[in-house]
Design a binder for this molecule. Structure first.
Ligand code: NAD
Length: 360
């Protein structure tokens, strides 16, 4: 297969971790007979340094022309970096918001997986961590409360703020279809999360999800109220496969889910549009505190590359080969500093990339 990948290494640890992901992808290409063509683009602080803005129109066009985007992370130290003396729309993060919008990335996927080898990092009770968990939080990314009309004004002498939560049936249907499609590639269970006992937007959400579910007879689905879901995530996370939810609930629940895995350097993410196109990136930021020291954990970015193979290119076997190589490296007790514990062998970012590539 011939795959065109726009690569945005970004700032901080971005170039280090993306370099390791490309190393692993090149090994996949060699072993399975694919060609990965990389088009390297600037976004974030590195683009400000060269072009004066965090993302150029030319970079957007080149990203659109690719099949997928592999992203590291952008931004610097928000207290000391000169990038943060610029107005908000010129700062590194503005590039990220701009590219998400330009590429119409409405579906955000964040896997939360507890590796048995790292269960000591899980902050939950031992008997819960013992059972493990492997879920995909699927969050609607371009609608709902964060994008609705808002204003703050004085009403009868009292300051009053209004935010509007709007969803139409098309926005709900397209994310629900993505959620059920992804469940078909996993354990075939969807938990749709809403607040249908209070909100009209949630009642419409529930109705449309039920309609979509009829087209997926193999998938078991259930509805869960968001407050209950927040509790269930810490009480019994093993029950979840795909958690499908709207923007704000997903924002909060995905952070809760990543917290219970205990290790930010292991968490991948993907944002998809209506086609197979996606942008794939680690959940963490640019970690300026360890940038340039060859200390970062590249696994989140390597797992993001595996998600790209699975969801954009339908290369499930190759994605699995990467995931298995990571498990093997952990089984062999190699750890970067962020996941190091007693008796394990410390390796650098590039050594971790080498070890995984060798085992693909
Ligand atoms: P951060 O995720 O960069 O760092 C938080 C902590 O986690 C740090 O101690 C860091 O060393 C550690 N960490 C993160 N990723 C790691 C990895 N792969 N391996 C080992 N340790 C890792 O969050 P922050 O410090 O709040 O933000 C730093 C910068 O990153 C800011 O400019 C912020 O705006 C930006 N940011 C970018 C993105 C993105 O590009 N999508 C996301 C979040 C934050």
């Amino acid at each position: 297969m011939n795959c065109n990948i726009a690569v945005i290494k970004g700032d901080g640890i971005g170039p280090e971790v993306v370099g390791e992901a490309m190393k692993v992808l090149d090994k996949v290409a060699e072993k399975y007979g694919h060609t990965f063509n990389y088009d390297q683009l600037l976004m974030g602080g590195c683009s400000i340094d060269v072009h004066g803005i965090p993302l150029t129109d030319e970079a957007i066009e080149r990203a659109k022309a690719a099949d997928a985007v592999l992203l590291g992370s952008i931004g610097g130290n928000t207290s000391t970096s000169p990038w943060y003396k610029l107005p908000p729309d010129k700062r590194p993060e503005a590039g990220l918001l701009k590219i998400r919008k330009a590429l119409n990335l409405f579906a955000n996927l964040r896997p939360a997986l507890l590796y048995p080898q790292l269960k000591g990092a899980c902050p939950l009770k031992e008997e819960i961590a013992e059972r493990g968990f492997d879920m995909m939080i699927m969050r609607e990314l371009t609608g709902g409360l964060y994008f609705g009309a808002r204003e703050t004004k004085e009403v009868d002498g009292v300051m009053t703020a209004v935010d509007t939560l709007t969803y139409n049936e098309n926005e709900i249907r397209r994310i629900a279809i993505k959620g059920f499609d992804i469940a078909m590639k996993r354990r075939k269970k969807v938990t749709s999360v809403d607040k249908a006992n209070v909100l009209d937007s949630s009642r419409l959400w529930r109705k449309i999800v039920e309609e979509v579910a009829r087209d997926y007879p193999e998938v078991t689905y259930e509805h869960m109220l968001v407050d209950n879901c927040a509790m269930q995530l810490v009480k019994d996370p093993a029950q979840f496969d795909v958690v499908l939810t709207e923007n704000m609930f997903g924002d909060i629940l995905s952070d809760e889910a990543s917290m219970i895995t205990g290790s930010i350097g292991m968490l991948a993410s993907a944002s998809l549009n209506e086609t197979k196109f996606g942008m794939y990136e680690p959940s963490g930021g640019s970690a300026p505190d360890i940038a340039g020291q060859n200390k970062a954990n590249p696994i989140a970015t390597i797992l993001s590359a595996a998600m790209m193979l699975r969801f954009t290119f339908d290369l499930d076997k190759e994605a699995e080969a990467i995931e298995k190589a990571i498990i093997q490296v952990l089984d062999e007790n190699y750890r970067t500093i962020d996941i190091l514990s007693d008796g394990k062998q410390l390796v650098s970012c590039s050594e971790m990339g080498d070890l995984i590539a060798e085992r693909v």
